[in-house]
Design a protein around this ligand. Sequence first.
Ligand code: NDP
Length: 331
Amino acid sequence: MEYRRLGTSGLKVSALSFGSWVTFGEQIDEDTAAACMKAAREAGVNFFDNAETYAQGKAESMMGAILRKFGWKRSDLVISTKIFWGGKGPNDIGLSRKHIFEGMEASLRRLQLDYVDLVFCHRPDKDTPIEETVRAMSHIVGQGLAFYWGTSEWTAEDIRTAYDLARRERLVPPTMEQSQYNMFHRDRVEQEYRRLYEDIGLGTTTWSPLASGFLSGKYLRGIPEGSRFSLRGYQWLKKRFEGPDAGAKLEKVRKLGRLASGLGITLPQLAIAWCLKNPHVSTVITGASKPEQVVENMKAVDAVKHLDGEAMAKIEKILANAPAPEPDFRS
Ligand code: NDP
């Protein structure tokens, strides 16, 4: 495993990490989840991701029970959670000072931990002033309930506002963003945040490297039983890949699969290794419903060596979706 700095912070995260969305507490039972975490840990993963909303808290309870069962040394681990959707009441949702503290305490109880390493504002909250959120997150860190705080799917403008405010008010600034990043979803990480990496040292913990499994190639011949797109309650996800451009996307997946075979790696490994090639990615959060998938995906760290300039150019040609470079009006 390779360990990368989380932005310009002093924290080292495994370049591949493991998360619990859809799977823990919903799709898989505790034994399978434990087998997945064990396989990830054996491959050198130190970072495990969660959120208060995953399976309405069950994902955190399951991960907490597994961590306790394995008894891994706490200082070897980086555990995260995300706060926003904590329940149905008007104050169980959003980024008010009240929900941030109450949500954090409930998450820690479920995870059976005294602190998480990272806590994210899971989405921006239009009903809470950014200053209230920044002060609350800064106090969460000040109280030792988390070591670093960050955002998830915030605009670059809101991240910069939060950062500048924290600096001005001598509060703890956000350290990292958790954004979707994969071969079909590139603009935010590659374009919108471009200036934040240098200006504020933003770290990224990117999610859905396989576009929920679509980039594994498993959907080339329909929807396999038990796969994510077949799950009840996830039809909205399936629909994302059924639009007018679905055929073109499937064709790209087919071509990428052929390219991966030619390189002697699997398509999931190619797709995950491609994310790792981006130097602004601190860690790629992977997901899996089976330990065999974890074993396969973790080999993406070695697969990076196959993605030389020529292979990357071929991928770019297939994808044909690179964000436009920043214009240089001097030349
Ligand atoms: P992926 O896009 O990698 O999708 C993972 C799913 O793809 C698996 O559960 C499995 O689904 C399938 N899969 C994985 N590996 C293989 C393989 N080798 N071969 C075939 N199928 C495979 O990642 P996720 O969407 O799960 O996201 C990863 C993590 O990112 C989440 O767990 C969560 O921690 C985080 N996240 C954060 C979000 C945010 O808003 N901040 C939003 C979403 C995720 P199956 O077997 O069921 O088909």
